[in-house]
Structure formats: structure tokens, C-alpha cells
Design a protein around this ligand. Structure first.
Ligand code: ATP
Ligand code: MG
Length: 416
């Protein structure tokens, strides 16, 4: 092994977990034994060269096929959890997930359309279909070449110069989603966009309206998941990208501040909250237009609609004057994410009440259950549910503090 290979192996060990490192070595051994070739590619290699831990593991298989991927998964004790018609696979091994793509060549018949794909090709062909030089490098994982880097477009040089550069002049015209990707990477990595790349970006930026809503949605989701989401969105806004796509998204100071304040929380769907923040100030027609254009599913539609209904409700009612049971009744029909979105736009008093609902009121359970109420002499029927609710509301308002008080209340109701 020469020095640079040694250096790369050291970095792999440093920036990958020991489990993932061992897994990649094992994959390389199996693939070479089967006369194929395996590379670490894309963002994984880019991030390691940038002295960072990669977000995911991207591998490219050359000279293989789906059968070999299946055998590989079995060999490493993993399972294929996703497989697409575009020769891509996800394998899960214990807690790790690796993305494998069969090396492929792409031919674009018209700008923005999905490419025609052929899977039998070399690693160089595969690197040529990629977006930017810094993402178009490959590192051998097979034992006989472990650690050697293929860098046909001088990606390492661009990493050193901290710049995003397309690998050929038609890149943005072939796939205009790369315009969104260029801006996302440049802001995430704090890289500049190379001069010629920027001029091509401007030349082809109108092509962005040729990409399907589905692909725009995927890129938008990637953007809002970034830490620097507000800067990326502001940059897209300044380039008039949303106008070209026909999405009326208002990016302003207030939205930016909220996006910066946003914190991921395990128990909620963050994408819903972030899209809700972006569309909060729009009128309903524009919101419907966005859900249709981006093919957002029914969960998004319900969340965005709930968000607007709560917003209207909060404009008309002073939440901090309501007792707990009224807050509970008012907010219970709505999705939690819609309540969270509104809390970001509310003053402290109101947002404290919204959080009281989310963290406490929502989880309150009635002091007695149906069979306990029946045993006190109630008759079966819809009235039972009403009594359960009355007990819950009294508990929320502090009028019932324990089971005994609940039993007394039920007896009163039954005797009245
Ligand atoms: P991240 O760090 O967010 O995972 P990444 O660069 O690894 O970023 P992925 O979405 O994981 O991005 O894709 C892996 C690789 O696939 C990219 O690095 C790039 O080489 C290639 N790729 C993805 N999307 C495109 C595209 N639209 N055009 C060309 N190449 C692409
Ligand atoms: Mg990746």
C-alpha cells in the first residue's frame, strides 16, 4: 500500500464506526471473490475526504447484478429492505444501512425527463452520470485495491478549493434538480459555486419547471432537513427558483427565524412541521396549489388544513382565557404537528397554552373507565361515553382530583 492509500484507510477508520468499517471490508472481500468490483462513492467519500463522518453509506457495484446483491446481503447477515427498478438497493445489517447502486450509464433524451438507464458499465461511466466533481469520486473496497481513489474530474482539487463544479456543460439541462442540489451542497459545505457552473445554473434555471412535482418535493424535503435550511431557502428565493416552479412560498425574516429555531423531536413528523411553517402565511388557494403541485399526501393535506383552522381559531379566541377542558376540546380534533406549527407563530402566553395541551392535557386519561361506570348502575349506550368525557373535563379543570370524587360525580349524574 502506498502512503495515500494508508492515509485513506486511516481516515475510513476514523470517520466510520468500527462496525461499518468492518462491514465494508467484508463486502469488498466477498465481491472480489465473485469477480466483481465495489466502490465507496458519492457523499460518503466526499465527506471522508472533508474529514467528516458521512450521513449515509453509498456504494457502487461494478460487474454485478441483483443476484449478487442478494448473495452479498446474505453473506454479511443483512436484509435487502428496499429495491428499485433503477438498480438501487438498501441493505440493513444490524443497526447499519448501506445504499448500493449497480454502476449505471444514463442517457437523457430531453431536458428534465427521467434518463434511460443501462446497468452494464464501468466505474468511470458511472461517475460521469453524477452531479458534481466532489460527488464523482470512487474508492476501491476490494482487497487487492483497497483504498485507491478514482477521481476522473479532479474532485479532490475542488474539495481543496472548496467549490461545487458540474462535470459537463449539459449537467443542469440533463437534470435540473441538480440546480437545487448545487445550492444545497454549497451552503451545507460552505463551498462557493464555481464561476462557469454558476453561469450554467443561471442559463438553465428556467428548466427547473420541467421536473416533476414528485422530484421537487424530494429535493425540498432534503433541503428542509438540512441544518442550514433557512439559508438555502433564502438563496433559492433570491434566485427566483420558487417563482419558476410556480410555488408561492414566502421566505421572509419571520419564517427564517422560525426555521432556525426549529428543533427536531422524535415523536413528531418534522417534515410536516417544516412544510407547515413554510406555508403558514399563505392563503388557502396557494396552499392547495402547493399540495397539488408537489403531490403531497393526505397527511400533509390534513396537517396544513388543520394549521389554518387553528390559526383562524387563535385569531378569534383568547386561548389564555380558556380553562383546560375548553383548550382540550378545541385542540383535540387537530393533528399535533398543526398545533406545533401554530405555537412557533404565537406569542409566549399562547404558545405556553398550546404546549400545555401537547405535553400534558392531551395525555390525560378519564378517572373512571366504561365498566367502572356500568358497575355504578349506568345503562349501556352512548351516554357512557358522554359521562367518561365529563369526568375527563372535570379532571382537567381540577374539579375531580381522585377516583372517589369521580364516583360521587357519576352517582350524582345517575340520580339526576
Ligand atoms: P448526503 O450527504 O446528503 O447523503 P450525497 O451526496 O451522498 O449527500 P445522496 O442523495 O446520498 O447524496 O446521493 C448519493 C450520490 O448519488 C451523490 O453524491 C451523487 O453522486 C449521486 N446523485 C444523487 N442525485 C443525483 C442527481 N440528481 N444527479 C446526479 N447524481 C446524483
Ligand atoms: Mg449519501
Amino acid at each position: 500500500m502506498n502512503n495515500s492509500k494508508l492515509d485513506i484507510s486511516k481516515r475510513l477508520k476514523k470517520y466510520l464506526s468500527p462496525q461499518v468499517f468492518d462491514l465494508l471490508v467484508k463486502c469488498g472481500i466477498f465481491i472480489e471473490e465473485n469477480s466483481a468490483n465495489l466502490f465507496l462513492v458519492g457523499g460518503s467519500l466526499r465527506d471522508i475526504l472533508l474529514n467528516k463522518s458521512p450521513k449515509d453509506i453509498d456504494l457502487t457495484l461494478v460487474n454485478g447484478n441483483s443476484e449478487l446483491v442478494e448473495k452479498l446481503a446474505a453473506y454479511i447477515g443483512g436484509q435487502i429492505i428496499f429495491k428499485s427498478q433503477f438498480f438501487t438497493y438498501k441493505i440493513k445489517v444490524k443497526n447499519s444501512v448501506i445504499d448500493i447502486t449497480e454502476a449505471r450509464k444514463e442517457i437523457y433524451s430531453s431536458p428534465g425527463s427521467l434518463p434511460e438507464i443501462t446497468s452494464k458499465c464501468s466505474i468511470d461511466d458511472d461517475l460521469y452520470r453524477r452531479d458534481f466533481t466532489v460527488n464523482s469520486m470512487a474508492l476501491s473496497l476490494i482487497p487487492s485495491k483497497f483504498g485507491s481513489v478514482t477521481d476522473p474530474f479532479n474532485g479532490i482539487n475542488d474539495i481543496n478549493k472548496k467549490q461545487i463544479r458540474i462535470i459537463h456543460d449539459n449537467s443542469f439541462s440533463d437534470d435540473p434538480t441538480r440546480i437545487l442540489r448545487a445550492i444545497r451542497y454549497s451552503i451545507r459545505l460552505n463551498f462557493k459555486i464555481d464561476y462557469k457552473t454558476l453561469s450554467k445554473l443561471n442559463e438553465f434555471k428556467n428548466n427547473i419547471n420541467l421536473i416533476t412535482g414528485f422530484r421537487v418535493k424530494n429535493e425540498l424535503i432534503k433541503i428542509i432537513r438540512e441544518d442550514s435550511r433557512s439559508k438555502i431557502l433564502l438563496s433559492l428565493h433570491n434566485l427566483k427558483i420558487f417563482d419558476i416552479i410556480g410555488l408561492k412560498i414566502n421566505i421572509n425574516n419571520q419564517i427564517n427565524k422560525i426555521l432556525d429555531k426549529f428543533q427536531f423531536k422524535k415523536e413528531y413528523t418534522d417534515d410536516l412541521i417544516l412544510i407547515g411553517i413554510l406555508t403558514y402565511n399563505l392563503d388557502i388557494e396557494n396552499i392547495i396549489n402547493i399540495t397539488e403541485k408537489l403531490y403531497l399526501d393526505s397527511t400533509y393535506i390534513k396537517t396544513l388544513r388543520d394549521t389554518q383552522e387553528i390559526k383562524l381559531f387563535l385569531q378569534n379566541i383568547k386561548l389564555d382565557n380558556l380553562n383546560n377542558s375548553s383548550i382540550y376540546k378545541s385542540l383535540n380534533p387537530y393533528k399535533d404537528e398543526a398545533i406545533i406549527i401554530n405555537s412557533y407563530f404565537s406569542n409566549t402566553k399562547v404558545s405556553n397554552k398550546l404546549n400545555l395541551y401537547l405535553n400534558k392535557l392531551k395525555y390525560s386519561i378519564p378517572p373512571l373507565n366504561g365498566s367502572e361506570i356500568l358497575s355504578l348502575g349506568a345503562k349501556e349506550g352512548p351516554r357512557i361515553k358522554e359521562i367518561i368525557n365529563e369526568l375527563l373535563y372535570d379532571k382537567l379543570d381540577g374539579k375531580i382530583k381522585n377516583k372517589n370524587q369521580a364516583i360521587i360525580k357519576v352517582k350524582q349524574i345517575l340520580n339526576s
